[in-house]
Design a protein around this ligand. Structure first.
Ligand SMILES: Nc1ncnc2c1ncn2[C@@H]1O[C@H](COP(=O)(O)OP(=O)(O)OP(=O)(O)O)[C@@H](O)[C@H]1O
Length: 352
């Protein structure tokens, strides 16, 4: 059932609904066999981009190359693209087997081959034993797998998944995302999935694109985007970000960053220009030892015990900082109202 994995390349893609431009110059290359996520807030254009690759919606301007062939103006059925919809879209009056066979019958595949291909697709998703059930007799996760089997059985060049796990409950979603990844690895198909759930993207995607306002804000591995966000939107969208505003001062002995409160932090020699320092909650630590060079002072506003760590909201540096303090047992509380010193790990900070 596997084919040679192909590259997807998108060049200067623009798409409008009426007079509203929803995709505004998208450029990207997805490598053969990659599991790629489109991530972004509601309305950012991620589904529109996925649907443009599948051939649904208004015809875009620009090029969409799948395995080097520009398919941007072709009707969906001439693109050899497999798409799984959020709603699964199974035929309710047909058995699992008939649902999976449907696409092969449409393509006039020889009857003798249909049976074997359907069985191997159902085996791949672990549902061969339920082949004669009707969709209504299946759980959400099982219906999802039928939808996947039905899509991959026709041997598409690429697999597109639109919020594939959003109809499942939380624990099933975690199990299904692992299954989905292992299925994708087995098939080796270049795959794009749309999600607004960053944990889902972080745990499965080889690389991802973060969209906002129909523009790709950044592309890279989940870790690259989290550690080195290209702008404040990406920094805030991926996880919690503390933003400290201030002024960069270049000096022979290294660079410093002067914050509104007058406190000074030391930065590396090669710091880029910028006026906002982005720090993740784990890069600021409340300390009792005051011999650290990058100390700031603040006042605890709020505290949340989360088990492995305690999250503090601290008023400091002209901002409200979120600080995750490791909890190792016993009482390690800093009380709301207390003045605390914090050590800032500027090595892992990003200046924007
Ligand atoms: N058929 C349509 N007609 C007009 N505007 C549309 C249509 N479909 C989508 N849009 C608009 O295009 C923009 C992008 O929508 P899209 O569905 O791609 O966003 P999304 O990032 O996938 O969001 P969500 O997570 O909510 O699905 C939105 O502003 C939306 O209102």
């Amino acid at each position: 059932m596997t084919r040679k994995a192909v590259e997807i390349r998108i060049e200067d893609l623009h798409l409008s609904f009426g007079t509203t431009e929803v995709l505004r110059g998208v450029n990207m290359t997805i490598e053969p066999g990659e599991f790629y996520a489109f991530l972004g807030p509601s309305g950012s254009g991620k589904s529109t981009l996925l649907r443009a690759i599948a051939g649904f919606g208004p015809t875009p301007r620009g090029r969409i190359l799948i395995g080097g062939r520009d398919i941007a103006k072709l009707p969906p059925w001439k693109r050899n693209v497999g798409m799984v919809f959020q709603s699964y879209a199974l035929w309710p009056h047909m058995s699992v087997r008939a649902n999976v066979a449907f696409g092969l019958e449409e393509r006039k595949v020889a009857r003798k081959d249909i049976g074997t291909r359907v069985e191997s697709a159902l085996e791949l998703v672990g549902l061969l034993h339920l082949a004669d059930r009707m969709p209504s007799q299946l759980s959400g996760g099982q219906q999802q797998r039928v939808a996947l089997a039905r899509t991959v059985v026709v041997e598409p060049d690429v697999l597109l998944l639109d919020e594939p796990l959003s109809n499942l409950d939380a624990s099933l979603r975690i199990q299904m995302r692992r299954e989905l990844l292992s299925l994708q690895r087995k098939l080796g198909l270049t795959t794009i999935f749309v999600t607004h759930d960053q944990e889902e993207a972080n745990t499965t995607a080889d690389r991802m694109a973060v969209l906002d306002g129909g523009v790709i804000q950044q592309m890279g591995t989940p870790q690259e985007l989290y550690d080195t966000p290209a702008n404040l939107f990406v920094a805030k969208f991926l996880g919690t970000a503390n933003i400290i505003d201030g002024t960069l001062q270049r000096g022979d002995g290294g660079n410093t960053f002067k914050i509104a409160s007058g406190e000074v932090l030391h930065l590396g020699a090669g710091s880029p220009d910028g006026s906002s320092l982005v720090l993740r909650p784990q890069n600021i630590e409340i300390v009792t030892d005051q011999n650290h060079p990058d100390l700031i002072t603040g006042k605890v506003k709020h505290r949340e015990f989360l088990g492995s760590q305690t999250r503090y909201l601290v008023e400091a540096a002209g901002s409200e900082l979120i600080i995750d303090q490791k909890h190792v047992g016993g009482v390690d509380w800093y009380e709301p109202g207390m003045e605390v010193k914090m050590s800032v790990n500027t090595r892992n900070a990003v200046l924007l």
